[in-house]
Design a protein around this ligand. Sequence first.
Ligand SMILES: *Cc1c(COP(=O)(O)O)cnc(C)c1O
Length: 402
Amino acid sequence: MNGNKTRESTERAAGTLFPNYRQFPVVFARGKGTRLWDTDGREYTDFVAGIATCNLGHCHPEVTKAICEQAERLVHVSNWYFSQSQIQLLDYLPAQAGLERVFFCNSGAEASEAAIKLARKRAYEKYGPGRSKIISLFRAFHGRTMKALMATDPHHHNIAFSPLPEGFVHINAGDVPTLEKFLPEACAVFLEVVQGEGGVHPIDPAFLKEVERLCKEYDVLFMLDEVQTGMGRCGALFAHQALGIKPDLMTLAKGLANGFPMGAVLAREEVAQTLGPGTHGSTFGGNPLACAAALATLKVLVQDALPSRARSIGLILRDALESLASERREIVQVRGMGLLLGLELAWPAADVARDLMKRGYLVTVVAGNTLRFTPALTITEEEIEGLMKVLGESITSAGGNS
Ligand SMILES: *Cc1c(COP(=O)(O)O)cnc(C)c1O
């Protein structure tokens, strides 16, 4: 496709979709590992990976093979029945997470929704009404359905969506006194280990430990949203495993099936018992195709020791970003864990991302000023060096001339 044709087709597509996204005018045709190619034949090095989703890289041969073989045998049956790939995944995933039970769904927001319903029902059945509050953090992101949205940072709560669901409160990370004030009326504390969408803010592990302890004391569920931090990205298969904490419940999506849509809620036996027959469900959740993709993804992650690779290569990217930050006044801070890294600028970062794209590098912007780097866990030192060769220039040409 030539440039004009690309512009024509992307404008037509943008004019047909709901206008809720602001796409770049690029059409991707193909991906392999850490690289993408557009329909004009341009190559990009991908530090987005479908937003922390294609953790093994694009079109990983094992995952592609699992999807193709499963698609030839059986794509979908209802949750009235089991399938072979679901049974195989059930033998693998909970054991890796150290949590006994799983509920499958199709996205992070659906996983949040299920977790919130479960927490409310558990507290109601144990203690009656009055312990329905979900405590989450400012800067949180838990998804876009109405309840997941209410657990998300209040700046996403649009009054035009009223009436908004009730029973959600937000505290600052580290604010133990306010946490203790809300705990007697709460059914769950719902947290990310690193707040990805909120600007790549890691939560202090000491605070997480304190939340875990207080949740036990008040019999409030300690629920971790590992939708973005999980599946090896932060240097452990699930980020909390690197911090010596253990949730009662954990949500997953994004990297779970390396780009095939899938979400999951994992929980302790006693907690999972809350959702008895008929209390919750999903038509597509845990279907044979998704389970085959997730099983292949998990096996490669574990066999190739990609979580520890995320830790070591993440340190290399982090050091490179830090050393750029030490030379540039317009860089406020470098933050993150493993290969979930953010570089905060003193001004909006959108133009830097746009400029980097022209130079063949894809990154995302979160919280306005922060460039976020979430490449496949297979990203190489050479690719990081390539990015670092242009990042400084991009910051300069986007307006940050110091
Ligand atoms: C992306 C994300 C979600 C929402 O996932 P969807 O699949 O878009 O619904 C929830 N929580 C966190 C931490 C996320 O990063």
